[in-house]
Design a protein around this ligand. Structure first.
Ligand code: GLA
Length: 748
């Protein structure tokens, strides 16, 4: 049993394999947090925040003279607003009396096997014997607000998944009877840490520069990341971690928080006056308000919390396993992902059947397995000013329709994929002319365009139903094996013509409920289709979309050297199987940089691999190299996509900066330890550079491995796992390596 309740002391213990999470019920009223620590088998109840009076610490009068117990000082499990705790709260609700004070008191619990789905929301799932769930009820008697906290504790993983729901149960008091409550804030997780000796890790950036890991020390006050873009965003990924000061990539305690949501969010750590640190994560209260009439309830999305006592690396591997097995769905979730050729950077909008088939011919010869026809196949789209919404084929460009293209590509031995951007509409489109009211908008206000397009109002049922029909028409044809689902602007004027003024602040979240309904329909009805999400690259690379689409286009920046930081940052939370990575042309279209084909191939092989360039413009020697790369990837893809990842040197590694210039080094090890792919990419190479010794991890110490690399270096040499891990490999950016080294180690 992973969840225990000690009735006499009022203490809940939530045990994962290596951790214990403690919740206390104080005076049968207050829900207090007792710590999330390395697993313990018993607890005296003495190691808690000492009770002695603190100046200016408000004390609830119902505590009958225990003046020392202040909610402002004690660690809380789910802090309310305005009743003693002056730190940021997890819940805030506007009552009929015009105030926002809540007194949420303990009101019972339930424990059950497994985990319930979150209605209308993506979330992790499991079989009954994989986890246990604790639900704790809280009640504010005055307003009638009931809150249920849910904790799913996993047997196999050091993971606790949290979600929260709020219900207006009604109040018997005259002032409140029959009146609505307005939820202004409902965080999905709140966790009070004793002390502030932690570093906070966040994944931040911009378009073409997503998920760069930033590490900073916690300090007094609030450190916060957020999105108000109605998308999880390029700028801040819905993830933070706290690591203890002595933690490294491989050792020490790290706590991860990952929000299963694609819209506006916030995650913050507040270090208070006593150096306690409060983590809050959930829907962004700046962009959210939800009116609850009596009897109505609201469920907030899930936060996945991971505990690691083996550093950041183990935290990542836990997320990878959980997200691959218990979040991703569809028939592709555990299957080797095909090697892709995408025509976007090869042709942009300028293509016809002949060009596409010429590309497919060469791709097939090189061993590639799936060709994606990207943007420009519909309406009369020759550039990005027109036609989104008109999801019928552009006959001037492709007179034979999608049938001819799909059949032609399949005949060449490749699967066929197609690009869509269903959530958007161009003002120059038949759809917009017919339904100008279908876009997000505020009456009488000017609006913003982004990439010349507007966002459809997915809070409307008719719009979602229409999009279901569009996708059914396309996918029902059976011509499509893969879909790239794009989303290419920041949404603004997030309001709906269908909603009354008091409900406009719901629209951002209703948009996602509509999108999730649409994606649920499409992905469940066509489970054999491989879905890839995209948002100008990685603007919506979040766990919620992985529930529907098990891979995501990592970044529009395809420069191999830029990609080292982007992909290694992404790997902090997301598995390699979810990262779509392509080799593109040089000079690179985003940075103008020239990198070797070697570097581009090795870098893209860190994820779901493919190409995105005009193969027919390459020299024979380059095509020969590509053929070899494709063959190599097929040999290692199970290990890369479904093995364990170990990071050695990261461009952000502030703990042990390498002086060679920066480089990234990682390895992927198959679960049975029989194969390991070790990769180093130098983002800056010095002549006669220092030599770095990298001790490999995750190998079988008792086995001997055949190590295969470039002939000059590791030409099928035999080395024991023990030696590779304890002595290590000597690496240095020799000119023969052309900027990168890939070694394939196989157990003999
Ligand atoms: C986005 C995607 C690109 C490409 C273009 C097409 O930017 O990230 O890969 O599909 O749209 O317009």
């Amino acid at each position: 049993m992973s969840i225990l309740f000690n009735e006499s002391d009022g203490v809940f213990f939530l045990n994962t394999p290596k951790s214990t999470y403690i919740i206390r019920v104080v005076d049968n009223k207050y829900l207090s947090h007792g710590g999330w620590v390395k697993r313990i088998s018993s607890w005296s109840g003495q190691c808690v925040m000492p009770l002695y009076g603190r100046a200016f610490a408000p004390v609830p009068q119902e505590l009958c003279g225990r003046i020392e117990y202040s909610l402002d000082v004690q660690p809380q499990e789910f802090p309310g607003y305005g009743h003693g705790d002056c730190r940021d709260s997890a819940v805030e609700v506007l009552s009929a009396d015009g105030t926002t004070v809540t007194d949420l008191y303990y009101n019972g619990y339930r424990i059950y096997k497994g985990k319930k789905p979150l209605e209308g929301l993506p979330a992790t799932f499991c079989k009954e014997d994989e986890a246990e769930t604790l639900e704790i009820d809280l009640l504010d008697k005055v307003s009638g607000l009931a809150v249920t906290l849910s904790y799913t504790v996993w047997n196999k993983y050091d993971v606790i998944c949290r979600s929260v729901s709020a219900k207006h149960t009604g109040s018997s008091l005259e002032l409140y009877k029959g009146k609505p409550l307005v939820l202004r804030r409902l965080m999905s997780a709140s966790l009070d840490f004793t002390g502030s000796r932690y570093r906070m890790i966040q994944l931040s950036g911009s378009w073409g520069h997503e998920r760069h890991a930033i590490v900073r020390d916690l300090t007094s006050g609030i450190q916060k990341i957020q999105s108000r873009r109605n998308a999880s965003s390029h700028q801040q990924n819905p993830f933070i971690a706290l690591e203890e000061y002595d933690a490294t990539e491989d050792s020490g305690t790290v706590y991860g928080f990952s929000f299963v949501y694609s819209g506006s969010f916030c995650a913050e750590v507040e270090v208070d006056q006593y150096n306690m640190s409060r983590v809050l994560m959930g829907l962004n209260p700046d962009t959210f308000e939800w009116k609850l009439n009596e009897g109505e309830s609201f469920t907030a999305p899930e936060v996945v919390m991971v505990y690691s006592d083996q550093g950041l690396g183990q935290m990542s591997r836990t997320y990878h396993d959980l997200y691959r097995n218990n979040l991703c769905r569809g028939n592709w979730k555990n299957k080797p992902r095909p090697v892709v050729i995408n025509n976007w950077e090869a042709t942009y909008f300028d293509f016809n059947a002949e060009k596409l088939f010429a590309l497919a011919d060469t791709a097939a010869k090189e061993g590639m397995e799936l060709m994606v026809l990207d943007d420009g196949w519909f309406g009369h789209r020759d550039d990005d000013t027109t036609s989104l919404g008109d999801w019928y084929v552009y006959k001037d460009k492709l007179p034979g329709g999608i049938e001819e293209i799909s059949e032609g590509i399949r005949k060449r031995g490749l699967k066929f994929g197609l690009w869509f951007e269903p959530e958007m509409v161009s003002p120059d489109s038949d759809l917009y002319r017919a339904h100008p009211d279908w876009v997000l908008q505020i009456k009488d206000r000017d609006f913003c365009l982004g990439r010349n397009q507007r966002g459809l109002d997915l809070s409307r049922k008719d719009v979602v139903d229409y999009l279901i029909e569009v996708m059914d028409n396309m996918l029902g044809s059976g011509l499509i094996d893969y879909i790239k689902w794009d989303f290419n602007r920041t949404l603004t004027e997030i309001a709906s013509t269908m909603q009354s003024p008091e409900n406009q602040m719901k629209v951002g979240h209703l948009y996602y409920l509509g999108l999730y309904k649409l994606m649920e329909h499409v992905t469940q009805k066509y489970p054999d289709v491989l879905f890839e999400s995209c948002s100008g690259g990685g603007g919506r690379f979040d766990p919620a979309l992985l529930y529907y689409m098990s891979q995501c286009w990592t970044s529009d920046n395809t420069d191999a050297l830029s990609r080292v930081a982007i992909q290694m940052g992404t790997s902090i939370v997301y598995p390699a199987s979810s990262m779509s990575c392509h080799v593109s042309a040089v000079p690179n279209h985003q940075t103008g940089r020239v990198t070797s084909l070697n570097q581009r191939g090795h870098c893209a092989m860190a994820g779901a691999f493919g190409y995105e360039l005009d193969l027919n413009k390459l020299e024979e020697a380059e095509l020969a190299e590509i053929k070899e790369q494709v063959a190599t990837y097929k040999r290692i893809r199970d290990t890369v996509q479904y093995g364990d990842l170990y990071r050695y040197e990261c461009p952000w590694n502030t703990r042990a900066p390498n002086e060679t210039g920066s480089f990234g080094a990682w390895s992927n090890v198959s679960k049975d330890k029989s194969q390991c792919v070790f990769t180093v990419i130098w983002t800056y190479a010095e002549a006669h550079a220092e030599i770095t010794v990298i001790k490999l991890r995750g190998l079988d110490p008792d086995a001997t491995y055949n190590v295969q690399g470039p002939k000059e270096f590791f030409d099928n040499v035999k080395i024991s796992g023990e030696e590779l891990m304890n002595v290590g490999l000597y690496v240095s950016p020799h000119p023969h390596l052309k900027g990168s080294l890939q070694l394939i180690l196989e157990k003999i």
